[in-house]
Design a protein around this ligand. Structure first.
Ligand code: GLN
Length: 224
């Protein structure tokens, strides 16, 4: 019987701007190429997140309206998601999802939305302006370039315990000031790149699938 990778699409019915759902299709496709079948669950408002059963989590981007609803519910999953992240679970947060993995997000209207603070970044707003356009960055952990499209009001500042996903060659990135883009911590990745990022950057998708397979094998070995 084929081995299975379990995927959680976190708030996939609410957080899915600019084709972020395509990241799931790419992950599923690359997993299949690697000889795995996948099972994908929507984990949304009112559902529990079980950190012990998943191999990959996608948390996409959203408009401020959806993001507010999600931020309220997310507090009920704060502990379980933090446990998953600390236990080297593989997670990709895009834009709004990336923002809510951090401490807080000040939205365009100036309201503060709490994140889960699993990572120590925070996000401020900008008045009557957005970062929009093509973006290119370089990731030194995997020695890879990534391309995408950014469209965000938020300006994110990383804390001391995390690395950026990469340094910006073209575009604004996290905040338009320090050339950082996204975040990396253990097997957690956050980014502002839409497009969707794993479709435009197959090599990044492959890294995430490899990490998920590796962790799944280790977990099964320790359970047996
Ligand atoms: N609402 C957030 C912002 O504007 C996230 C946008 C998004 O996910 N594309 O910063």
């Amino acid at each position: 019987m084929k081995k299975t990778l379990r995927i959680a699409h976190l708030y996939g019915n609410l957080m899915n701007t600019y084709g972020d759902n395509g990241n799931l299709l790419m992950f599923q496709h690359l997993a299949k190429d690697a000889g795995y079948q996948t099972q994908t669950d929507l984990v949304s408002i009112g559902n529990d997140f079980d950190p012990k059963i998943y191999d990959f989590v996608l948390f996409g981007g959203g408009q401020d309206y959806e993001q507010k609803l999600v931020a309220q519910d997310l507090q009920s999953k704060k502990q379980s998601l933090t446990r998953y992240i600390e236990d080297y679970g593989v997670i990709l947060g895009v834009c709004g999802g990336f923002q809510l993995l951090g401490e807080y997000y000040i939205n365009a209207a100036g309201h503060r939305l709490e994140g889960i603070a699993a990572l120590d970044h925070y996000t401020l707003n900008q008045v009557n302006s957005r970062f929009i356009g093509d973006i290119e960055l370089y990731n030194d952990r995997f020695d890879q370039k990534y391309f995408g499209y950014e469209n965000h009001n938020g300006r994110t500042f990383l804390g001391e315990n995390t690395q950026p996903l990469g340094m910006v060659n073209q575009g604004q990135g996290n905040n338009g000031e320090d050339k950082t883009e996204g975040v990396m911590y253990k097997n957690t990745f956050g980014t502002y790149l839409h497009g969707p990022v794993l479709v435009r950057n197959r090599h990044f998708g492959q890294q995430l699938v490899d990490l998920a397979i590796d962790r799944s094998n280790k977990r099964q070995a320790s359970n047996s």
